[in-house]
Design a protein. Structure first.
Length: 249
């Protein structure tokens, strides 16, 4: 199995047309269930020149590219800083997982500052993000019968529950197995996923459906009792941060 941490991904950052504030590994490697044939999902933030935001032409705020490098499929997506911060303020757990990923390919002081502000955007309403993501993945599992969307379903529900209870963004499924509500068979599913990216799920459908429904209930209850606020508390700080970083460059 390819270990994303063993790949030299720094040239990818150097090839980008604008400065990159951070790049991390997301996807299955971050979630703790990569397969032998998993691609490497790189996510990050680039910084557009100020002039690009002032003219009539629409700026290229999101860039995406997929290609093969040394036999490894790479999937790179970056947002301009302003767009990324706006996504952070929209109760988007996905971008927070990217920002806080421990699998860091490239970092800067600005990355550290932005990560330090991340707790201030967390709200009880982030449960809606994880609930919706879980519903989408469950429908995909029912359509395809593949193990990958089933693991995603469990991962996002447990991430949401952990977030509501602790105020911490934790996307690594093996770590989330410590949650009291995590089904005992998940380690077996993780091991099976390691063998094949798009393999079928050899599971008792009724049992996993019941467990998913149970976790939805746990997420609902955790949201109701969460100490997280109703709205972000760092809007002004993020506004000032985006302006300062843009002007510094």
């Amino acid at each position: 199995m390819i270990d994303a941490l063993d790949l030299d991904l720094t040239p990818v950052v150097a090839e980008q047309p604008d400065p990159v504030l951070f790049a991390t590994v997301s996807g299955a490697h971050l979630y703790g269930f990569p397969s032998r044939d998993s691609d490497v999902d790189l996510r990050g933030v680039h910084l557009l020149p100020t002039a690009d935001l002032l003219g009539l032409r629409e700026p290229d705020e999101t860039r995406s590219r997929m290609w093969d490098r040394d036999g490894v499929e790479l999937d790179l997506v970056t947002h301009d800083l302003r767009k990324f911060v706006r996504l952070m303020l929209r109760r988007n757990g996905y971008v927070l997982e990217q920002l806080l990923s421990p699998l860091v390919v490239h970092t800067t002081d600005a990355h550290g500052e932005l990560a330090a502000l991340a707790p201030g955007v967390l709200t009880g309403h982030h449960a809606h993000h994880y609930r919706g993501f879980a519903n989408t993945q469950w429908r995909l599992f029912e359509k395809t019968g593949e193990l990958k969307p089933l693991l995603y379903t469990f991962r996002v529900l447990l991430t949401g529950i952990h977030l509501m209870r602790s105020g911490e963004v934790q996307a690594h499924l093996p770590t989330l197995l410590a949650e009291s509500d995590a089904p005992a068979y998940l380690p077996e599913l993780i091991a099976a996923k390691a063998e094949q990216e798009h393999g079928g799920a050899d599971v008792d459908h009724a049992r996993v459906q019941a467990d998913v429904e149970h976790l939805h209930g746990v997420l609902d209850a955790a949201q109701e009792t969460s100490a997280l606020p109703d709205a972000p508390t760092v809007y002004d700080a993020l506004h000032d941060f985006v302006i300062r970083i843009r002007l510094e460059r």
